[in-house]
Design a protein around this ligand. Structure first.
Ligand code: ATP
Ligand code: MN
Length: 290
């Protein structure tokens, strides 16, 4: 675990430190980067952090991170938990409690894929269309989706705060190790877990007015019960593609569980969740528009 305390030189200083020694400067660019960090009062020494820093810790991210540290949302940054398509997740601490920080990469994020989910969501009607704005809106969207789900009493990480491309949330795991993804978890009673996930889909729809839109065994962590994560792409139920996304979520979950337990008919699940008839291929219904 790295410490992010006050090293002393100035009141604005903080440190992102590691056990490992600082690597030799490799390029002039990295030197500049270090100098900028020094100007911010942040020093990075951890080797793992150095490896991903060019991609993740750009200037904007560092500033946002610095702000979050300054506001005491983050007191230490630990190792990398995951490097995904669009985001990196880090273990961190607030006081002595483990937290998770998800950082959307401004440089490499595939923001074309984000458009489909943002466009059509009333909450994000006014956002500007630059890549950076889209990514900021995306982390705000994930924060607000998690908030709605958590407030409705659903099993998701509690979101604490967001700033620009950074989301700070409850850590789902124990002793610094995240719970395994459902795909790798030992579920003694798959039928019960299947029912819990169907109930999640239904509650998310009815109590939070949302559809996950990327639900699968990858975005569910499991330990004694399922924890649903990764809600950046989740949409409100009035989104033009809401029903299409819901059908896909149901199909993914059924596909995963079909070899493990009896599964319900997809149309029956759809109707139970929405109170509406499953939109069939030939008939163009509201759900098929967009
Ligand atoms: P993207 O789709 O943008 O690539 P992602 O799939 O990389 O995002 P997530 O699915 O949210 O991002 O998280 C990736 C991994 O990080 C998870 O599988 C899990 O291991 C870990 N993780 C994410 N959030 C948490 C959390 N709150 N607590 C513990 N571990 C987490
Ligand atoms: Mn994911």
């Amino acid at each position: 675990m790295l410490s992010l305390g006050d090293p002393g030189p100035g009141p604005r200083s903080c440190i992102i430190d590691g056990d490992s020694s600082v690597r030799r400067k490799e390029t002039e660019q990295e030197y500049d980067f270090d100098r900028e960090i020094a100007n911010l009062g942040i020093r990075i020494k951890d080797v793992d952090t150095l490896k991903v820093r060019g991609e993740v810790f750009d200037e904007i991210t560092l500033l946002a991170l610095y702000k979050l540290v300054h506001k005491k949302w983050i007191s230490a940054i630990g190792g990398s938990i995951s490097t995904g398509k669009e985001a990196n997740v880090f273990l961190a601490e607030k006081d002595s409690t483990d937290i998770a920080i998800k950082i959307y990469r401004i440089r490499t994020a595939n923001f074309n894929a984000m458009g489909e989910y943002i466009i059509g969501d009333r909450r994000f009607a006014g956002i500007k269309k630059t890549k950076k704005d889209l990514i900021f809106a995306w982390s705000r969207k994930e924060f607000s989706n998690l908030k709605r789900a958590h407030t409705a009493g659903l099993s998701v990480p509690e979101p604490f705060v967001w700033d620009r491309n950074i989301l700070v949330m409850e850590f789902i795991g124990s002793q610094g190790i995240p719970y395994p993804q459902l795909k790798n978890a030992n579920t003694e009673n798959p039928d019960r877990v299947y029912r819990e996930i169907l109930q999640f889909i239904e509650d998310l729809y009815k109590k939070a007015g949302l559809i996950h839109a990327d639900l699968s065994e990858f975005n569910i962590l499991y330990h004694e019960k399922p924890y649903i994560i990764d809600m950046g792409q989740s949409v409100t139920i009035d989104h033009p593609k809401a029903f299409r996304f819901l059908k896909r979520d149901i199909a993914n979950i059924n596909h995963f569980f079909s070899s493990r337990c009896d599964v319900d008919d997809e149309k029956v699940i759809f109707s139970r969740v929405t109170g509406m008839v499953f939109p069939d291929g030939g008939t163009k219904t509201q759900a098929e528009e967009g």
